[in-house]
Ligand binder design. Structure first.
Ligand code: ADP
Ligand code: MG
Length: 326
């Protein structure tokens, strides 16, 4: 067992690398420089044991995911990475060198990809809970906003949808040996999501999109946030939504076509772009070696039909849209 200040000094201070005129961990607050002509973006996400991740999740993965979900929010704004803070609530049983050093390794692994220093936080005792606030920078007035979508724009998603949801299902069930191999891709997506930060930045920089959201609660739920904020309706081609072979099998086994697009935990970007940008969007995807798929189009707001989901040309009833926290 270590004292709070020893934990901070040993595990978290090494992640705080700042310029000599900035102040990080060790004072009452962090003091950082702001780039000129940029706006500050602040995002926060909490992960709670048994709610957002199962009890047996590795400390490395908990840390990775807690930071990744925040960076995914920055990506959805088109932000450049800045820094982050960490509020850690730790049960007595996990206050040991092994757990803390693995946790710090997970944080460091992802933070170093984007050179994001850990600039402060809080450390308390209690039921395991990890809250990260990440900070990013946006060229002034250029944020990718949910309210910026326009009628007739195309709707795209990055990557594949549903692996995170499948991973969670497998992680919560006791997985039999045969399915461990089968599920490794899904579990990797659940535990170590790869935020699409560079791609979000490029969408903004090349002015290909001004509206994005990250898919955390379920594609249908998150797309609906765009529709509400932009006051539009949408037609989505169910058959175009990109899914892995594993997810196809999952949907067939459970006989529920909505599972993947309502499960959440994808951390892909859903974004909109003018039809005239189709070739440029695909060229950008190729440049980033990232799968990007057009899944639908935005329509004028129609009260009777906010979201029309077409499967083999026929309307697929939407019985629910995604994960609800309350
Ligand atoms: P205070 O009592 O002023 O709130 P704390 O004792 O909570 O300060 O924290 C001391 C310093 O350590 C502060 O700079 C704080 O930001 C930092 N800190 C505390 N917990 C963490 C953590 N989990 N990760 C990073 N920095 C932390
Ligand atoms: Mg404090």
């Amino acid at each position: 067992m270590s004292h709070e200040f020893d934990i901070i000094e040993q595990f978290f201070k090494p992640l705080c690398q700042l310029n000599s005129d900035e102040v990080g961990i060790g004072d009452d607050g962090a003091v950082v420089n702001c780039p000129e002509n940029h706006q500050l973006v602040v995002v926060t996400d909490t992960l709670i044991e048994d709610r957002h991740f199962p009890k047996n999740t590795l400390p490395y993965d908990i840390a990775w995911k807690a930071l990744a979900v925040n960076i995914s929010d920055l990506a959805a704004m088109g932000a450049r990475p800045g820094h982050f803070s960490l509020a850690l609530t730790l049960p007595e049983a996990l206050n040991n060198q092994d757990w803390l050093s693995e946790f710090a390794e997970g944080l460091k692994a992802l933070a170093s990809v984007y050179q994001m220093p850990l600039i402060g936080g809080d450390t308390t005792k209690g039921h395991l809970s990890v809250t990260i606030s990440a900070h990013g920078w946006l060229p002034k007035d250029k944020a990718l906003l949910r309210s910026n979508a326009l009628q007739d724009d195309d709707i795209y998603v990055t990557g594949v949808i549903g692996d995170g949801g499948l991973g969670l299902k497998l992680a919560l069930e006791s997985i039999n040996k045969a399915s461990v191999l089968y599920s490794s891709q899904a579990l990797a997506k659940l535990n170590r999501p790869q935020p699409r930060l560079e791609f979000g930045m490029a969408l903004l920089d090349r002015a290909l999109s001004s509206c994005a959201i990250d898919v955390s609660d379920g594609l249908l739920a998150d797309l609906t946030h765009i529709l509400q904020a932009s006051n539009l309706s949408a037609v989505v081609d169910y058959d175009a939504i990109p899914v892995s072979q594993q997810v196809v099998t999952w949907l067939e086994t459970e006989n529920n076509p909505l599972l993947a697009i309502t499960a959440g935990d994808d951390y892909e970007l859903c974004f909109t772009a003018n039809k005239g940008h189709r070739e440029k969007v695909m060229a950008l995807a190729a440049e980033f070696d990232l799968k990007v798929t057009k899944i639908g189009e935005l329509k004028a707001f129609n009260e009777a039909e906010r979201l029309l989901l077409l499967k083999e040309g026929k309307s697929l009833p939407i019985t629910h849209r995604g994960y609800q926290h309350f």
